[in-house]
Write a protein that binds this ligand. Structure first.
Ligand code: FAD
Ligand code: SF4
Length: 507
């Protein structure tokens, strides 16, 4: 008996290379997986649709598959109970599974394994690194530095390097070219969406009273299902979006949700498509179109997939379970109510949260420099932040969500993932977006009537956290600026921040 988890939809796994008559594959939709946080309805639908599609294609290839639907009579809504029931029913001798990417499931499956006389665990053959590769790479080093790991990955996998392992284009990183505000020079493209009627599945979730957040268009579900649609999304990215991906990677626009981002994270995290397949195709496409696509675009994308994504996974396995408890600033405020409906006067947050609730998607800078920036400056408990981020996005699975949220975005790890907190005032948001135009708040004011909350909260953060941050070289400039600030100015900022912090729900 071989168990396939909902994020293990890799049809190229060696398991499926030949049909073995005595192997039963098991997949299951169970309630606890829908309940550990409140998930976005599009996330639940996206997972179930892809799981069902995967099971069906295995069956069509002649494999023996048992699939527990959420409302199947025999479904006991528990991995262990369902597997033990099958073990007895089918007289199963051997249990096999692929390494899960979440610690919680890793522990559960290790326990279940003990119930069987024989068992075997396989790698998922999805990632470019093993679970411990990041940990081993940084052994003995004071700090994890993504850039060092990224260069190692480029060399190890011969990606964008010459025969001497020098970087293509003469430099490893074109990050400095990835910071343009959208200037309208390159026309925007509509995202490729897959219109699918999912009424039946949504009705099932309602019948089973699965709690959820967000919205769904039951008649036109957007996300890809299966490998063919995943590759269609990748082709679309190469042809239409890659030429401007890097240039506008950090840009935000209230009229457009995805700009030049790929939206590949969902199919990637469910393992429908592999990072290697994506990177090979993107680089090949660029090689044939070098007259229209610069190296900065393709390098920027490669860095996200073989750099950040693999690095985050490695940090997860190096630092869990302790990582989940980290709260460097000892924050404990609850998430404001408007995180669940987007009804907030701050334009930037209104747009980014509404995006997230409508589409179960926000791009990196919206997650990091608007939503995460705010929760950090507002002193929200990192677990509250984690739970929201883990629920709202279709691509959110703990290994990649918690390292990005608690680590990169909230600095709750005290500097494991990143070397300084990602915070900003209105200045940065205005530089990278058009959100501030027509906002209820005034982006130029630190205090007083309608002063932008980001401004006072930003300075207040540095004032309040001086003990914890003043020795961090990467933010020393902020403390030099604070030293020069008039005491009355500081007082006014602190007063304004206090008012906002006491009234987060009314922002
Ligand atoms: P693109 O911009 O097109 O990038 C291409 C791919 O690179 C992505 O599909 C993704 O697989 C990878 N990638 C880019 N940045 C990262 C990163 N920092 N970490 C890991 N992979 C990266 N990503 C998730 O997959 N799941 C999450 O739950 C998640 N939560 C996040 C929470 C916060 C607070 C932040 C700041 C970032 C989070 N990210 C998460 C990373 C990133 O925002 C998303 O991967 C990206 O927005 C997905 O959209 P895309 O596919 O259009 O990405
Ligand atoms: Fe956001 Fe402040 Fe700009 Fe309004 S003024 S959009 S709150 S940064």
């Amino acid at each position: 008996m071989r168990l396939i988890l909902g994020d293990q939809l890799n049809c190229r796994h060696l398991w499926f290379a030949d049909k073995q008559k005595d192997v039963t594959y098991v997949m299951m939709e169970i309630m606890p997986e829908q309940l550990y946080v409140k998930h976005h309805i599009q996330k639940i639908v996206g997972f179930f649709l892809n799981m069902r599609h995967f099971a069906l294609s295995l069956k069509q290839q002649g494999h023996h598959v048992i699939y527990f639907y959420l409302d199947s009579a025999e479904n006991q809504q528990d991995f262990r109970a369902n597997l033990i029931w099958l073990k007895q029913k089918l007289n199963i001798k051997k249990f096999e599974y692929q390494l899960p990417d979440e610690l919680r499931l890793d522990e559960t499956l290790k326990e279940i394994q003990k119930e069987f006389k024989e068992s075997k665990v396989y790698d998922t053959h999805h990632f470019l690194t093993s679970r411990n590769e990041v940990k081993d790479f940084f052994k003995g080093k004071k700090q994890y530095l993504m850039e060092n790991f990224y260069r190692y990955m480029r060399k190890k996998h011969h990606l964008l390097v010459d025969s001497q392992l020098n970087p293509t284009g003469g430099q490893w990183n074109f990050d400095a070219d990835n910071r343009k505000k959208y200037d309208g020079k390159v026309p925007l493209k509509e995202p490729l969406i897959f219109k699918r009627d999912v009424t039946e599945l949504v009705n099932l979730l309602e019948k089973m009273q699965v709690p959820y957040m967000g919205e769904i268009n039951k008649k036109e579900f957007d996300y890809p299902v299966g490998r063919q649609e995943a590759f269609a999304l990748l082709d679309y990215f190469c042809q239409e979006l890659l030429p401007a991906f890097g240039t506008y990677e950090d840009a935000m626009l209230k009229e457009h949700v995805t700009l030049f981002h790929s939206r590949l994270s969902f199919v990637l995290n469910l393992k429908i498509i592999s990072p290697n397949e994506i990177i090979q195709q993107v680089i090949k496409y660029w090689e044939h179109h070098q007259n229209s696509i610069t190296i900065a675009q393709v390098e920027g994308f490669t860095r996200q997939v073989i750099g950040w994504r693999e690095y985050m996974r490695g940090i997860y396995w190096a630092e869990m379970p302790g990582f989940k408890e980290k709260n460097f600033f000892n924050y404990n405020a609850p998430l404001p109510d408007w995180f669940w409906d987007g009804k907030v006067k701050m334009h930037c947050l209104k747009h980014c949260i509404a995006n997230s609730l409508e589409n179960a998607y926000a791009h990196h800078i919206q997650r990091l420099m608007v939503i995460g920036n705010f929760t950090l400056l507002a002193g929200i408990h990192p677990t509250e932040v984690d739970n929201w981020f883990l629920g709202v996005y279709t691509d959110a699975i703990e290994w990649v969500q918690i390292t990005n949220t608690r680590g990169m975005s909230q600095f709750a790890d005290g500097g494991i993932v990143g070397s300084k907190p990602y915070v900003s005032s209105a200045n940065y948001i205005d530089k990278m977006s058009n959100y501030c135009k027509n906002c209820f708040y005034d982006k130029t004011k630190r205090y007083g009537n309608k002063a932008c909350p980001f401004n006072s909260l930003y300075w207040n953060f540095y004032i309040e956290q001086e003990d914890k941050l003043k020795n961090n070289q990467r933010v020393s400039m902020m403390y030099k600026l604070l030293e020069k600030m008039e005491p009355t100015e500081k007082e006014k900022i602190s007063e304004q921040a206090k008012k906002y912090l006491e009234n987060l729900n009314s922002l």
